[in-house]
Structures are given as C-alpha cells and as structure tokens.
Design a protein around this ligand. Structure first.
Ligand code: FAD
Length: 340
C-alpha cells in the first residue's frame, strides 16, 4: 500500500448496495461505503472527506434507517458495525458505538445483574441507541450510561470529547446528539463490573459477533446469534431470566425477525395517549400493500419489506398512515425511522 493512499481510498468499498447495510434490505448502490474499526481510522476518514469536499453519512446496524433507492453518488456512507469493542477502562465498562445493544444484556446476565435485560434482542448498535435513546417498555438506554464520548464534527481536530449522561437532554426518543454535528464513539456504562470471568466472557463476544453475526444486517441472523449466546450462557450456569424469555415471546409473536423491517415507523404520540399501532388497527390499515411493502398484519406501526420493496413503497405506505391518522384523529404522526 502506498504511503500516500488516502483514507477514503483505503477504507471505502466501491459500488456497494446499501440494502445489505439495512435491516429493511432496501437501498440502492452507493459509490463509497466505509467500515472503520478504530477511532483513528474514523477520524482519518472524516478528515479526508472534509478535505475532498465529500459529504458523509454515519450509521450503525441500519435498523432504523430507510436508505434511498438512488443514493447520492458523492456521499461516503460510514457503517459503524465493525467499530465494536467492549473493555474495562478506569474501573468502568467502556462500550464503543458499533457494539450491538443486545450484547449488553449478556454482559448483565453474566454479571448477575438484570439492569440490562431490556436490551436483549433490541436491534441496533449502542451509538444509535444513544442517539435515539432506544427503549423497551419503561427502560431506556440513557438509564445505563455514565459518560458518552463523541467527535465534534464542527471542530477542526475531530478530537474525542466527553459529556456526562445527565447532560445529554435524554427524553422519549430524544437526545442532545440529534441537535449537534456530533458522532458518538462510545460510552462508559454505570453498570458494576462483577468478576474477571465476566470480563473475559464479554470480551470474547465481540470477535464472535464480528465473525458470525454482524454482516449483513439480517434480522434472522441477529436473532439466532443472540438467542444462541443466551442458550450458551444458560449452559454455563446463567439461566435465561423470565424478563428475557418474555422478550423472546413478545418479539417472536410480533414477528419482528420474520421479514425485513425497521421496527416502529412512527413515534408514539403520548399527548394523544393511544399507541400508533392501535390507531392503525382502528383504521383497518393492517395488511395494506403497496409494491413490495405491506403494513404488518401483526403490528400496525411496522411496515415490512415483504417482496423486494423499494424505499418509495415504504414512503407511500407511510403517507397512507399519516393522512389517515390526520383525517381521523387530528394529528400528524412523527416518523421514528430516519429517512436518508
Ligand atoms: C424488529 C425491530 C424492532 C425494534 N424494536 C425497537 C424497540 O423496542 N425500541 C426501540 O427504541 N427501537 C427499536 N427498533 C429500532 C432500532 O432498534 C433502534 O432505533 C436502534 O437504536 C437503531 O440502531 P442502529 O444501529 O440500527 O441505527 P441506524 O438505523 O444505523 O441509525 C439510526 C440513526 O442514528 C444515527 N447514528 C447511528 N450511529 C450514530 C453515532 N455513532 N453517532 C451519532 N449518530 C448515529 C444515524 O445517523 C441515524 O440517524 C427496532 C427495530 C427493528 C428492526
């Protein structure tokens, strides 16, 4: 490799379908896709993009994103899926942004703690989980954070800064990171370290995930990896707790892993007080199809890619739901998925 190879040349794959980087399985061919594994590579990549005037778009597992059918040819798409690491630093768990949130449930289980159970089978990486303040039932990602580390993309040096979790303006699906050009690189957890054995086990999970679980962004592959690891832990004397068994039951009954999707399409409107899924149900829209997409017959707030759907098919059904809710219930639902 030449010493003068630029970071964009070194780190980018060319002509890659974004569909393989999204749990929707949707997205056209991108000219540049990078999968940096270290903070140094990440910073070099952004610096090179800035120097070349190339826009970039950073994402995790692509489980909350609708990529376009025709991506902008100039944009460098930066996947953090291989930017995964768990380690002990200054007596705290440090978890980097590309680590799957579901891995945290195994970290908790192997340390005899139930504080992280809610992340079991929650698709997506920690960085986006912090950005979106992902949640399950009444537990949110912000509950388990001590300090968040990020790069301020507006600063010339792109050095890593930190912010205490209590200053991150977390609320329902909200965080400070949605209002600044900041890329989250990782976080310290406020979860105690239990034992050396736990640390060794958790550190062995990341290489296993990189080898077997993380590519492509396939929901069945994600499900089988974490179900398999929970079974393996049970064999080592850490039985799967009822809370995690309930999650398996809930997510499989809602068919979360059967078809490509991005989970809930709209945020719930807590002022209105009824979940969007129930409103879609009341409107008899479940099962409505367009192109290759369908409003899930099992969950009114999910739109599935049933048969080679295009981004335009998903957007069409989003418009159908939006207009029907506005007409009947008088408010415009806010999208939860990110439309790139
Ligand atoms: C079947 C299914 C079930 C789901 N269930 C739930 C659920 O119960 N609760 C819930 O909250 N969500 C749920 N989701 C949605 C999804 O799991 C979360 O939104 C998750 O946080 C997305 O993670 P990701 O890595 O896939 O993010 P992506 O889709 O890759 O990115 C989402 C957004 O985060 C930004 N982003 C990503 N990484 C970073 C970073 N490091 N720094 C700054 N910004 C970043 C991206 O630019 C984008 O705007 C579900 C999704 C699916 C497919």
């Amino acid at each position: 490799m030449s010493l003068h190879t630029s970071a964009v040349e070194r780190l980018c794959l060319r002509d890659i379908p974004l569909s393989s980087f999204s749990t929707y399985g949707i997205g056209g061919v991108a000219n540049y896709v990078a999968q940096p594994e270290t903070t140094q590579d990440l910073a070099e990549l952004y610096r090179d993009c800035n120097a070349k005037g190339l826009p970039w778009y950073t994402f995790g597992m692509g489980s909350n994103i609708l990529f376009p059918d025709q991506p902008d040819p100039e944009t460098v798409f930066v996947s953090l899926k291989r930017f995964a690491e768990v380690k002990v630093k200054d007596d705290k768990w440090f978890v980097s942004a590309g680590t799957p949130m579901s891995m945290l449930s195994l970290l908790g289980l192997s340390g005899n703690s139930d504080l992280l159970d809610f992340t079991f089978l929650l698709p997506g990486c920690l960085g986006a989980g912090i950005y979106m303040n992902a949640k399950y039932n009444h537990r949110q990602i912000c509950d388990i954070l001590d300090t968040v580390y990020y790069m301020d993309m507006a600063s010339p040096d792109l050095s890593v800064r930190s912010i205490p979790a209590r200053e991150c303006d977390f609320a329902y699906k909200q965080s400070i990171f949605q209002h600044h050009p900041w890329i989250i690189v990782g976080a310290d957890l406020n979860i105690p370290i239990h034992s050396e054995e736990q640390v060794r086990y958790v550190m062995s999970l990341v290489p296993a995930w990189k080898e077997r679980g993380s590519h492509p962004s396939s929901l069945p592959q994600f499900f089988s990896f974490f179900l398999g690891e929970a079974h393996a832990l049970a064999g080592k004397g850490f039985p799967t707790p009822q809370s995690m068994l309930d999650i398996i039951k809930y997510r499989t009954s809602k068919r979360h892993f059967d078809y490509p999707s991005c989970g809930s399409v709209f945020k719930n409107n807590y002022d209105y007080g009824v979940a969007i899924g129930s409103l879609v149900d009341q409107l008899n829209l479940k099962g409505t199809e367009h192109g290759g997409a369908v409003i899930s017959p099992h969950h009114g707030n999910m739109i599935l890619n049933r048969n080679h759907a295009k981004a335009s098919d998903i957007r069409y059904l989003m418009d159908v739901i939006t207009e029907a809710i506005h007409r009947k219930f008088g408010f415009v639902p806010e999208p939860e998925i990110v439309l790139v």
